[in-house]
Design a protein around this ligand. Structure first.
Ligand SMILES: [Zn+2]
Length: 444
């Protein structure tokens, strides 16, 4: 019987080849709603964190807020043998550069890097925003607690660093507070340019903007739903890539979309109580977020946020009007929900940081054949590869086959026309890279 069981289990793992890593469950359990409440409260109590607000006061304004964020990252680092490199990254934005820049201002981001042991120059990023606003985007003195928008995302990034700093990763993880969001996405633009200048290899950015509200303006209440926004293809693709898409596909398979699918899948696997909703667009209708400047620079980036927004509680002067209490105040933040979405981030940062890089080149062929052939460039550190495919109308990679440590595979009996395909590298403990959609064609 014992022998039979052993055989059964080894066969099962061979076929499914998708074990779970118990550390991921520990990470979920370690995220603390109480610490998030404390940090969101601290951030809201800086009065306003408007990008143009006071930088001298120790208690009010964006200067005090960013110094506190930096000191929090430094405290976390002191607790993990200096495992975080903490610094300001800043750019001077001149008066008039945009409608919302009414005076010269230093847009200052706070960056904390947990250096990867094997791929130190590859980064997976989690971001929140430091700044806040009221009804008038240029009012930098009125109270703008920005408890949900976006102290929730900022506190989430700090909490994720607390939890993940207890582990070692092969890739680097970057936790960042971005500034200048409400004035026109200046902080993200600055950091993306800095990343290019430094030659950082950005795996992707998980931008968190409003992760604490569960009561929609339409009355829908859900502490399980959340949205993952991703654009279909990079805006900086070449004319040749655009042309190739007409013949080989890829309209909904850009690098940001693969990152969105990765987060969707990891969440379903490890946090089945949550309901991740992929939204096939860059951001909400006509609105913006800090993943966009990274997308503009050619990096993968998605927005993670609540599913049910309340517009009376964002970008509003605090006031009572017709019986409605306007304002982005602490009372409306659900800290348990913010903890859930922080955990969603943390497990995806961990999975990606534990995984090998994606294959750089994936080639596909199979024109007028009853089989599909895929080949890919090998990835240093990969223990094997997994081929994924799905119906052309499916949003998720529904079928997969682990093919071992090889550089190519033929899927017999499958017609290339009827599915989309991709390849992921698999590493230690079965952590997988984001999937790569074929970027080259195998001619017969
Ligand atoms: Zn906002």
């Amino acid at each position: 019987m014992k022998k039979y069981l052993l055989f059964f289990f080894s066969l099962t793992s061979l076929i499914i080849h998708s074990q779970t890593d118990s550390r991921i469950y520990d990470i979920i359990d370690s995220v603390s709603a109480d610490r998030l409440e404390k940090d969101i409260t601290t951030l809201a109590n800086f009065g306003t964190r408007h990008t143009l607000s006071d930088t001298v006061s120790q208690t009010r304004g964006i200067g005090a807020a960013r110094r506190w964020i930096k000191s929090e990252f430094e405290k976390i680092s002191a607790d993990c043998d200096d495992c975080l490199e903490v610094f300001y990254q800043k750019d001077l934005v001149k008066k008039g550069e945009g409608r919302r820049i009414t005076k010269d201002v230093w847009v200052v981001n706070v960056v904390a890097i947990q250096r990867g042991t094997k791929y130190p120059n590859r980064y997976i990023i989690m971001s929140g925003d430091i700044d806040s606003r009221v009804s008038d985007a240029n009012d930098f003195t009125s109270d703008a607690p920005g408890a949900n928008d976006n102290a929730s995302g900022m506190a989430g990034a700090i909490e994720a660093s607390r939890v993940l700093s207890k582990y070692k990763f092969e890739n680097s993880i970057m936790y960042v507070g971005l500034s200048g969001e409400e004035q026109g996405l200046y902080g993200g633009r600055g950091l993306a340019a800095y990343a290019k200048e430094k030659g950082w290899q950005i795996i992707g950015i998980l931008n968190n903007d409003m992760i604490g509200n569960i009561t929609g303006v339409d009355g829908v209440v859900s502490n399980r739903d959340f949205r993952i926004f991703s654009e279909p293809v990079p805006p900086n693709e070449t004319e040749q890539q655009r042309r190739a898409r007409r013949f080989y596909g890829g309209e909904v398979d850009g690098i940001s979309r693969q990152l969105a699918r990765y987060v969707h899948k990891t969440t379903q696997q490890y946090m089945p109580e949550m309901n991740p909703i992929m939204v096939y667009r860059l951001d909400r209708f006509g609105r913006g977020g800090h993943h966009r400047p990274f997308n503009d620079a050619g990096f993968a980036g998605i927005r993670i946020m609540e599913a049910h927004e309340n517009y009376t509680q964002q970008h509003q002067d605090i006031r009572l009007e017709d019986g409605i209490a306007y304002g982005d105040v602490l009372e409306h933040v659900n800290f348990d929900y913010a903890a859930k979405l922080t955990a969603v981030n943390a497990i995806n940062l961990a999975s990606i940081a534990w995984a090998p890089p994606s294959p750089e080149t994936v080639k596909i062929g199979g024109i007028v054949q009853p089989s599909v052939k895929l080949t890919w460039s090998s990835v240093e550190g990969a223990t094997g590869y997994k081929i994924y495919w799905r119906d052309t109308t499916s949003p998720t990679w529904d079928h997969s086959k682990y093919v071992g440590n090889v550089n190519g595979h033929v899927l017999e009996g499958i017609v290339v026309d009827n599915f989309f395909f991709g390849v992921a590298a698999v590493g230690k403990d079965d952590h997988e890279s984001p999937i790569v959609f074929p970027n080259s064609i195998l001619l017969r």
